[in-house]
Design a protein around this ligand. Structure first.
Ligand SMILES: Cc1ncc(COP(=O)(O)O)c(C=O)c1O
Length: 381
């Protein structure tokens, strides 16, 4: 074939694949891609094995197993005092990525504008482009990554169809406050803008702060999808299991696409997850686990030349390296991988026009031993 016209001419291999490959090639400690290097709870593995042996190996119901949707609705309604209905308002997806893609494909038409905040998780933009949407980016900057809601208001036009937010935020590790959410609620009142709230790190929030889920704000719920990831919550990113929640009118449209997009997701894993979620400690223990890792990592690099604000959520820590070099972040990240044998993610790749704030993203969802080895390297730079 000679005349292949790409629908995504600008898209190449993601930075995660590039950096992980480089990490392997140079035998570097890999703090680049966002996944834990420790195992999930063996109980969860046993539950999957048990479900497979019991014969749950054929298609699951299209929106997901009812018992799983029930426990998801119960968890959400308990944590955020919402009132989602498991039958019509929760759908189990192949990770949050499929939920995000399906939401965008169900609602975005050519010419629709979608407001996103940069740096942004890298699946949003190509998904919008594929359906002819126009990306309206708003750049947030290190170190605070705070949102100027007046700037956001100035970007809303009659064509604005959707806005995508992400809290806790990858890659910055910041979180939106209650005040942010109230401002957002005020801004969107009396509009028909759909809000996609990517909350995959909802259970990874530190220092006794509360996750400000959309589900806490009745004025936002009516227009919103929330996306969530069991991969992030249960250290099983390779399973690609997640879900999304929305009021039934929105969810009805979502499911029209979902049933032809994947139809359903892994049946035995849904059985296992519905059991595992019955013990709230399995997700409520996450802040403790990851805060210990964040604090260990930061205490070990406190005398290094890197400058940082401790992450408020997620399992990512940004490190500013301006006391070391003036090089751009991609060059410096490559050098760190090749010469110092530690891989990270240069944040400029997620920014508008590759704005370079001279920060690298390090994933601390790693064993203490890995974090100690990484810190030793970072302290020598
Ligand atoms: C902000 C954000 N959204 C969505 C995802 C994707 O989640 P999943 O692996 O469940 O598709 C990630 C994974 O890195 C993420 O960081």
């Amino acid at each position: 074939m000679q005349n292949i016209i790409s629908k995504l001419p600008e898209v190449s291999t993601t930075i995660f694949t590039v950096m992980s490959k480089m990490a392997n090639e140079y035998n570097a400690i890999n703090l680049s891609q966002g996944f834990p290097n420790f195992e999930t709870n063996p109980e969860l593995i046993d539950l999957v094995t048990h479900a497979m042996k019991k014969g749950y190996n054929q298609y699951a119901p299209m929106p997901g197993l009812l018992s799983l949707r029930e426990i998801i609705a119960e968890k959400t309604n308990t944590l955020y005092e919402s009132n989602y209905h498991p039958d019509t308002e929760v759908t189990v997806t192949a990770g949050a990525t499929q939920a995000i893609f399906t939401i965008i494909s169900a609602f975005i038409n050519p010419g629709d504008e979608v407001i996103i905040f940069k740096p942004a998780y890298d699946s949003y933009e190509p998904s919008i482009e594929l359906f002819g949407g126009t990306i309206v980016p708003i750049q947030l900057s290190a170190p605070g990554f705070t949102v100027d809601w007046q700037e956001v208001a100035s970007k809303i036009t009659s064509k604005t169809k959707m806005m995508i937010i992400n809290t806790p935020h990858n890659p910055s590790g910041t979180i939106l406050s209650k005040e942010d959410m109230l401002q957002l609620q005020k801004l969107l009142t009396n509009t028909d803008i759909i809000l996609l709230s990517d909350e995959v790190y909802e259970h990874i929030v530190f220092d006794d702060q509360e996750h400000q889920s959309i589900a806490r704000f009745p004025g936002l719920i009516e227009r919103s999808f929330i996306t969530a990831s069991f991969g992030k919550t249960f250290h099983t990113t390779g399973w690609k299991m997640g879900y999304c929640i929305a009021p039934k009118e929105l969810m009805r449209e979502f499911r029209k696409v979902h049933q032809f997009n994947v139809f359903c997701t892994s049946h035995p894993m849904q059985h296992a997850l519905s059991e595992f979620l019955k013990t709230p400690d399995n997700y409520l223990s996450l802040p403790n686990l990851f805060q210990q890792k964040r604090d260990l990592f930061l205490s070990l690099i406190k005398d290094s030349k890197f400058i940082y604000t401790p992450a408020a959520g997620t399992y990512f820590q940004l490190l500013n390296y301006t006391r070391i070099t003036n090089e751009n972040d991609i060059t410096f990240a490559e050098k760190l991988t090749k010469e110092h044998k530690i891989a990270s993610i240069p944040v400029s790749v997620f920014n508008l026009n590759q704005q370079d704030d001279k920060v690298l993203r390090f994933c601390f969802a790693k064993t203490d031993d890995t974090l100690k080895r990484a810190a030793e390297v970072l302290c020598k730079i």
